[in-house]
Structures are given as structure tokens and as C-alpha cells.
Design a protein around this ligand. Structure first.
Ligand code: ACO
Length: 311
């Protein structure tokens, strides 16, 4: 009966075992996972654009090779996550439609422009740093295919974070103009990076249920705090500051206090009014339409092979 199935589902979740695609799951659990994993996949794919913007203008062959590999990794993460979403019974083609028709979200962070090469370093350091902070706990997400996908993704994200930090260390030991370029970039990305963790807990409609289902393992505010605590000492090593007058060590809490991100700006960006929102979706739509002949050719070829095997 449904009650038995529900009890079994609860038992699996509560004992920190994994729910697998063929297991019974509540409709809401399935819907939440589709929403979150699809948004995550879309973020990886849209996230190729801000950095991809610099591929043709990388300052050296070495930097170009590194950046190209990184952008390709993001594509891999997106495809891996679309596959994880498909285990829940949705079709990747439908998810792509949802993205380009604006029916599904992707991370707010990718709606900001990349204005200098320092942004490539800062995205690696702060944006991928925030992504790791959010995603390492997701390796223990209750849904098997998602948790397992996160393991490989996190390993690559850690590498991305280090390449960003290394790039910035190089620039910080260069000229004053290079150091200024890094600081200017940090000033622009710090607050949007904090917003990546989502709205504050008291305005996060999905958190409580997602925590109960152990899809999410920490709240948005817990992870944001963890990220701030981790980033401040790294900024000191680099020799940059964060644009927050309220940022200071709180010995009592054993954590840094920090200011409030501009949540109105966040809401605007999430609604599709970010600086580059229209451009990002237009590019994704164009790539999809320009690739139609590849999909058609691949499908025709697969059909021909299948027909020849039937003969
Ligand atoms: N950008 C865009 N939308 C966001 C963001 C964000 N940074 N944060 C929250 N939202 C949306 C939520 O998707 C939700 O909208 P929806 O109900 O229409 O889907 C709404 O704001 C309310 O937020 P929450 O109730 O807090 O939503 P949720 O429990 O899903 O938490 C979070 C949001 C933390 C982003 C979660 O979905 C998550 O951990 N996702 C996986 C990680 C991920 O997607 N990373 C992508 C960026 S990192 C990268 O690719 C490099």
C-alpha cells in the first residue's frame, strides 16, 4: 500500500541510505529534485558563457588552454546533471525547452558580465568556491544519481577554484595596474557570489522540506556563512579586500559577521532582469537552433543502424 511505500521511503531517507530511480518516492520529492537538478544543469551550461567570452582574448596560450579545459568541464557537468535529471522521468530536450522559454531558472551569478581577465580568476576563486561550498554537502544528497554526480563535479570544481586562485596570485604579483584590476573584479563579484546560496532562510520557501528529505543538507544561510569564513583568510593571502564595511571577526561566534546582500537586486536577477540575462538565453537559444541539424543527423543515423540490425 501507499502507506507501506511511504514508510519505506522515510526509512531509507532517515537512515542516510540512497533513494534510487526505481524506488517509490513522493511526487513532491520527485518534483523538487527535477527542479533543483535541472536548474543546476542549466547553470553549468549557461555558466560556460561568461568565461567563454574571454577564450579568444586570453593573455597567453597557457591561459587559453586552461580556460578552454575549464569551460569544457562545465559542459560535462551540465550533461552529467541532465542525465541525473532524466533518471526522474523527464526528457533532456524538454529541459532545454524549459530553459530557453524561461520556465526554469539557472543561477543568478551567471547574469553578470565579465569585464576583465581578472574576472576569469575571480570566477574560479569565488564563484567556483561558492559552488563547492554548496555542492560538497550535496554529495550526501538522499537521491543516489544526484549525490554520485556531485562527487566528480566537486573534484573538478576544486581544480577550477585553485586555477582561479593561481591566476589571481600571478596578477597580484604583477604591476599595480594588474593588482587594481583584481581588486576591481573582487568588488563586483563578492556580493553576487554571496547571493548564489539563495535567499535568507526565513525567505527560502523550499529549504525546510528539502532538508527534511535530505536533498539539501544545510540551509542557505549556513552555507553562506561557511563561505565567508573560508574566503576571508584567502583574501588576506591574496592581498585583496571585500567591499563590505560590516565584515569583521566575531570571537564569540567563532565566525565572521558580514553585511546583508542586496536582496532586491537578487530578486530582479532571478526574475530575468540581470545585466546579461537576455543575452545569455538568446545565445543558448541560438546554439540550440544552430545545432538542430546535428541532432537530426544523429537521430537519422541511429534509426538507420537500428533498421539495418532488424534486417
Ligand atoms: N539563482 C537563481 N535562483 C535561485 C538562487 C540563485 N542563486 N537561489 C535560489 N533561487 C531560487 C530557487 O530556485 C527558488 O525558486 P523556484 O522555487 O522557482 O525553483 C527560489 O529562489 C527560492 O529559493 P529556495 O527556497 O532557497 O530554493 P532551494 O531550496 O532550491 O535553494 C539553492 C536554492 C541553494 C541554489 C539550491 O537549489 C541548490 O543547492 N542547488 C544546487 C546547486 C546549484 O544549482 N548550483 C548552480 C550554481 S553553481 C555552478 O554551476 C558553478
Amino acid at each position: 500500500t501507499t502507506t507501506d511505500l511511504e514508510a519505506e521511503f522515510e526509512r531509507i531517507v532517515r537512515s542516510d541510505q540512497r533513494i534510487e530511480p526505481r524506488d517509490w518516492m513522493p511526487d513532491g520529492y520527485r518534483r523538487t529534485l527535477i527542479r533543483q537538478i535541472a536548474q543546476h544543469a542549466h547553470s553549468e551550461i549557461i555558466g560556460m558563457q561568461p568565461e567563454g567570452n574571454w577564450l579568444t582574448r586570453a593573455p597567453s596560450l597557457r591561459r587559453k588552454a586552461i580556460l578552454m579545459a575549464k569551460v569544457q568541464d562545465e559542459a560535462g557537468h551540465g550533461l552529467y546533471l541532465y542525465s541525473a535529471t532524466e533518471t526522474l522521468g523527464v526528457d533532456r530536450a524538454e529541459l532545454t525547452e524549459n530553459l530557453i522559454e524561461g520556465r526554469q531558472k539557472y543561477s543568478s551569478i551567471f547574469n553578470y558580465p565579465t569585464l576583465s581577465y581578472a574576472d576569469v580568476g575571480v570566477i574560479g576563486w569565488l564563484v567556483d568556491g561558492a559552488a563547492i561550498c554548496n555542492q560538497v554537502p550535496l554529495c550526501r544528497s538522499s537521491y543516489g544519481p544526484y549525490g554520485r554526480a556531485m562527487i566528480g563535479v566537486c573534484k573538478e570544481e576544486s581544480f577550477h577554484q585553485r586555477q582561479g586562485f593561481e591566476l589571481l596570485m600571478t596578477m597580484m604579483s604583477g604591476t599595480q595596474a594588474q593588482r587594481d584590476m583584481v581588486q576591481e573584479s573582487v568588488n563586483r563579484w563578492w556580493w553576487p557570489a554571496l547571493m548564489m546560496f539563495g535567499p535568507p532562510d526565513d525567505r527560502s520557501p523550499n529549504s525546510a522540506q528539502s532538508m527534511a528529505w535530505r536533498i539539501k543538507r544545510h540551509t542557505n544561510d549556513e552555507l553562506r556563512q561557511r563561505f565567508v569564513d573560508m574566503s576571508v583568510p584567502q583574501a588576506e593571502v591574496l592581498g585583496v579586500t571585500f567591499p563590505d564595511p560590516d565584515l569583521r571577526w566575531n570571537a564569540e561566534r567563532g565566525s565572521y559577521d558580514f553585511g546583508e546582500p542586496d536582496w532586491d537586486e537578487f530578486m530582479q536577477v532571478v526574475k530575468g532582469n540581470g545585466a546579461t540575462s537576455v543575452e545569455r538565453i538568446a545565445n543558448r537559444r541560438a546554439a540550440h537552433e544552430n545545432g538542430a541539424w546535428v541532432r537530426a543527423a544523429a537521430a537519422a543515423f541511429a534509426a538507420r543502424i537500428a533498421a539495418s540490425q532488424e534486417e
